[in-house]
Design a binder for this molecule. Structure first.
Ligand code: NAP
Length: 342
């Protein structure tokens, strides 16, 4: 396992982060469809990832409405792990109850949510607090100031962003800069061979601001694991049958899977391992957040860190999954031609 610096900080995180969205579950609703992993298997998974060298764990308040945080915190105690050897990340924004204010990125909710998460995790601090998405009803200044202040309490070490448009990330960094507040250190976004949208605006902001990049759903919610094919669109007992997320162009993705299958045969490994290796090897990626519903899936995915892809294999995958050109990107590319001095 390799370790990368977390953006503009002095903290090393493993190049694989373990996502705990499959922990907990309920009989109905999206969390039940994503996974129902309970304490004993959670402990087994946590031992497996720590033994593999992973020091970076991702959860969220909303995952199974707090159950994922509870199971994660308990597993660290059950396994006798040193909490201070782990970078624990959780999130705030998603609705936790029907109450009018139990949602969003207000100062009110950020402070209450952090306390509730720490209680469920059985911890006195979290290492990273992500804003889990946009809240268009709260002024961005209120959110950035509340995040600065929560860091000053010592309950949160670093702050980071999920799923914001790039312009908002930049605006928030500018506000923090102007007032001398704590700045964001990382970005967590959907990034996979079937969803490369962040290459347009988000990855350039990350490079410019030295922000860590943590891709989520690197297998596009399991679609790139190898079990979905043109002839087997519903492989059974799979999340996407009831919770078809994240949205992808499936026809295009089958073309990508054809290339993945070819490369995986040459390496004698699973399709999932090649798809994960591609994400890990992309420029700017700090730590790929893997997900698993079973121990077998987890062990399969962990092996992806051993895979090196050749320049030719990377090019084949790049070509088959490339984003269509969009304005102003194509104009930037065209105009930069005359800046080259040959
Ligand atoms: N910030 C955000 O907005 C956001 C959003 C989503 C996720 N995340 C984070 O990212 C993490 C990973 O996301 P994800 O779970 O969507 O990742 P993913 O890797 O795209 O999908 C994982 C799912 O794919 C299937 N799978 C995984 N490995 C497999 C294998 N080797 N063979 C066959 N099937 C396999 C399993 O589901 P099935 O068996 O049901 O098919 C598994 O639960 C989450 O745990 C969470 O921490 C963050």
């Amino acid at each position: 396992m390799k370790y990368n610096l977390l953006g503009n900080t002095g903290v090393y995180v493993s190049e694989i982060c373990f996502g705990t969205m499959t922990f907990g579950g309920r009989d109905t609703g999206i969390w039940g469809n994503i996974g129902k992993v309970q304490q004993q298997e959670v402990n087994e998974m946590m031992k497996t990832v720590v033994d593999a060298g992973i020091n970076f764990i991702d959860t969220a308040n909303v995952y199974s409405y707090g159950k994922s945080e509870e199971l994660l915190g308990q597993s660290i105690l059950d396994l006798g792990l040193n909490r201070n050897n782990l970078i624990i990340a959780t999130k705030v924004r998603g609705r936790m109850s029907a109450d009018a204010n139990d949602v969003g990125l207000s100062r009110f909710n950020i402070f209450q949510s952090v306390d509730a998460s720490l209680k469920r995790l059985q911890m006195d601090h979290m290492d990273i607090l992500y804003v889990h998405g946009v809240d268009l009803y709260t002024p961005i200044e209120e959110t950035v100031r509340a995040l600065n202040d929560i860091v000053l309490t010592g309950k949160v070490r670093y702050i980071a962003i999920c799923n914001w448009p790039a312009w908002m990330v930049m605006k928030a960094q500018g506000i923090a800069d102007k007032y001398g507040w704590n700045k964001f250190v990382g970005l967590q976004y959907f990034y996979s061979l079937s969803g490369r949208d962040i290459e347009r605006e988000v990855l350039p902001v990350a490079a410019d601001q030295n922000l860590a990049v943590m891709p989520w759903s690197p297998l596009a919610g399991g679609f790139l694991s190898g079990k979905y094919t043109r002839t087997n669109e519903t492989p059974g007992d799979s999340r996407r049958e009831k919770f078809d997320f994240p949205p992808i162009n499936k026809e295009r993705t089958y073309d990508i899977i054809d290339v993945l299958a070819d490369i995986s045969k040459a390496h004698n490994v699973s399709v999932a391992q090649i798809a994960l290796a591609w994400v890990r090897l992309q420029k700017g990626v700090t730590s790929t957040i893997i997900g698993a519903k079973t121990i077998d899936q987890l062990n399969d995915n962990l092996k992806s860190v051993e895979i090196a892809l050749s320049a030719d294999e990377l090019k084949r995958l790049d070509d088959v999954s490339a984003l269509p050109k969009e304005y102003p990107g194509w104009m930037v590319e065209r105009q930069m031609g005359d800046r080259l001095v040959k």
